[in-house]
Design a protein around this ligand. Structure first.
Ligand code: CA
Length: 233
């Protein structure tokens, strides 16, 4: 599949909209525009972009709240978000990253810099397309039916354990932090309540259930977890 990557641009300033969309489209990206926070959230119900460029200061619903809502919804929690802001204070940066932005670009910015960040983040967050039935050693997964077999025998994973497995595998060997896993599997709002120990607990249960393939779920000290893919064997 070589479909063009779609980027949702959320911005209310005309000249910035022009600069951003012109440069993204020149690079082959498809752009979708929302001019305020409310419109952005509405757009996200209809469109499935690959990335969101989100201005901090927006009419109606501000960028921080939009980002928070993107992270709170399991359907959009995985979406990479780059925040745009006129402010350069460290506190704004920190708040932006706290609500789950992946990166931050301060205005005025060079279009080339923004495009470079977009490319880097898309590379970093790309999810692997899985075949309908995926085999990995003695484990076999039917993603659609949410069926997991170990040595041809069905094993029962809880919904969260299944989601964890899916996200780890789709991340194709990349490390995911506990916070990121909490966002992706439990949703951000709940993540605040649920301790990161919950992730550790589910990971250890998942490992046990996967039998001899459980050792593929690797702990990366100080960083999180990753899945050792068959092509790394
Ligand atoms: Ca603005």
């Amino acid at each position: 599949m070589t479909s063009r990557r779609k980027i949702l641009v959320v911005e209310d300033e005309k000249n910035i909209i022009q600069i951003v969309t012109y440069n993204l489209e020149k690079e082959g990206y498809q752009t979708v525009l929302a001019k305020d926070g409310e419109a952005a959230l509405e757009k996200l119900k209809q469109e499935t972009p690959d990335l969101v460029i989100l201005d901090l200061m927006l009419p109606k619903v501000d960028g921080l709240e939009v980002c928070r809502q993107i992270r709170a919804n399991p359907k959009t929690a995985y979406l990479p978000v780059i925040m745009l802001t006129a402010k350069t204070q460290e506190t704004d940066r920190v708040v932006g990253l706290e609500v789950g932005a992946d990166d931050y670009v301060s205005k005025p910015f060079s279009p080339r810099e923004l495009v470079a960040r977009v490319k880097a983040i898309l590379r970093r967050t790309q999810r692997k397309e899985m075949p309908a039935i995926w085999k990995c050693g003695s484990v076999e997964v039917d993603w659609e039916k949410r069926l997991v077999k170990l040595k041809q025998k069905a094993i029962s994973l809880t919904p969260k354990e299944f989601d964890l497995l899916k996200i780890l595998v789709e991340s194709d060997g990349r490390v995911l932090s506990r916070t990121r896993l909490l966002e992706l599997v439990w949703g951000y709002d709940q993540a605040v309540e649920i301790q990161s120990r919950t992730v550790d607990l589910h990971i250890s249960q998942l490992r046990q259930k996967l039998g001899s393939e459980g050792k593929r779920v690797l702990t990366v000290t100080g960083a999180g977890y990753r899945f050792r893919m068959p092509d790394e064997d």
